[in-house]
Ligand binder design. Structure first.
Ligand code: PSU
Ligand code: MN
Length: 316
């Protein structure tokens, strides 16, 4: 039985905030937004259902309440019940919705999973300050030709939400992504690291501009930016896999090379690029890419739970 109530938001009939999430926000308890695209389009079925539950459990272990976001039959849901998570994980008609797509889905009564961009935007509308995901979208290799730059970057630049991620995949132009985040005035914090993580790899080879040692430090950054009024943009908190849990370098390099060649061969473009690559990695790494992906998402959810709890304590 899904328990939900209407949120007190503009356009509230379009926005359902799950009761537990609403109560947590009202009571000053930490809340962490979670995206649904990793469930619907980033992780294989049927493992995605159980993984979704474990991600929510990790947020709770960190001391906060999870709010997985999706659009179901044209209604934005902030916080999903078990049957709703299962639907997102199972229904092949679930679209991938970036911010530009959310209003279209709502108008047409459609259902879809939200990306980093749309999850951040909707989380902010609901009053949530912290968000956990696996990897950020970024600048694709060859973007100077294809113009393929994820909407994630532009939305983070205009949405005051802290995003905990394991950096970006090395299928992207990692240096170009970091340059773009600098241009867009998005601070990037390394969690106990000086190196920007490369998703499957603990170190992408690029440095991070700032380092924090604790969830409390990251929370203080969020609150200080609000107090200073320099919080038009979000914050990226980059949390690497431990070195002994990363994907072995040889396997990683082979996957990236083959994955990029496959995109070329199949002529994959636009929003299909990331899901197709993830599918390829999961199918051809003997379970290693999935193992690492799950571990890093769980670690990010746990850390986000801790940061959100610290933020809640500071602002209440
Ligand atoms: N990176 C990952 N796994 C993912 C995604 C990114 O390692 O599942 C998803 C996220 O939802 C992200 C989206 O917001 O892909 C970016 O898609 P695009 O590159 O099409 O903007
Ligand atoms: Mn793209």
């Amino acid at each position: 039985m899904v328990s939900a109530m209407r949120a007190h938001l503009p356009g509230s009939d379009l926005f359902v905030v799950h009761e537990e999430v609403r109560e947590a926000l009202d009571a000053g308890v930490g809340v962490v937004a979670l995206e649904s695209t990793i469930l619907a389009h980033g992780l294989p079925h049927p493992d995605n259902i159980e993984i979704g539950a474990r991600i929510e459990g990790a947020v709770r272990a960190g001391g906060s309440v999870p709010a997985t976001i999706a659009v179901l039959d044209g209604v934005v849901h902030v916080g999903l019940g078990g049957p709703e998570v299962e639907r997102v994980c199972t229904d092949p008609a679930i679209a991938k919705l970036s911010v530009r797509d959310v209003g279209v889905a709502a108008a047409l009564g459609l259902s879809g999973a939200t990306t980093v961009a749309s999850t951040s935007a909707l989380a902010h509308r609901a009053g949530i300050r912290v968000f956990a995901t696996g990897g950020l979208g970024g600048v694709h290799r060859g973007a100077s030709q294809t113009f393929d730059v994820s909407a994630d970057l532009g939305v983070i630049a205009s949405t005051p939400v802290l995003v905990v991620c394991a950096g970006v995949k090395s299928i992207l132009d990692v240096a170009g992504t970091l340059e773009t985040l600098e241009t867009l005035s998005v601070p990037v914090l390394g969690y106990r690291t000086d190196a920007f993580p490369g998703f499957y790899l603990s170190d992408s080879g690029q440095p991070v501009p700032w380092r924090v040692e604790s969830a409390a430090d990251a929370a203080r950054v969020v609150v200080m930016r609000e107090r200073l009024g320099t919080d038009a943009a979000g914050v990226v908190l980059a949390n690497p896999l431990p070195v002994d849990r990363q994907v072995e370098r040889g396997l990683h390099d082979r996957l990236v090379e083959e994955g990029l060649a496959l995109l070329e061969r199949e002529g994959v473009h636009g929003k299909d690029v990331t899901p197709r690559l993830l599918e390829y990695f999961h199918d051809s790494s003997g379970g290693e890419s999935l193992r690492a992906n799950v571990e890093l998402v769980l670690s990010n959810a746990r850390l986000a739970g801790e940061v959100a709890a610290e933020v809640a304590a500071l602002v209440s």
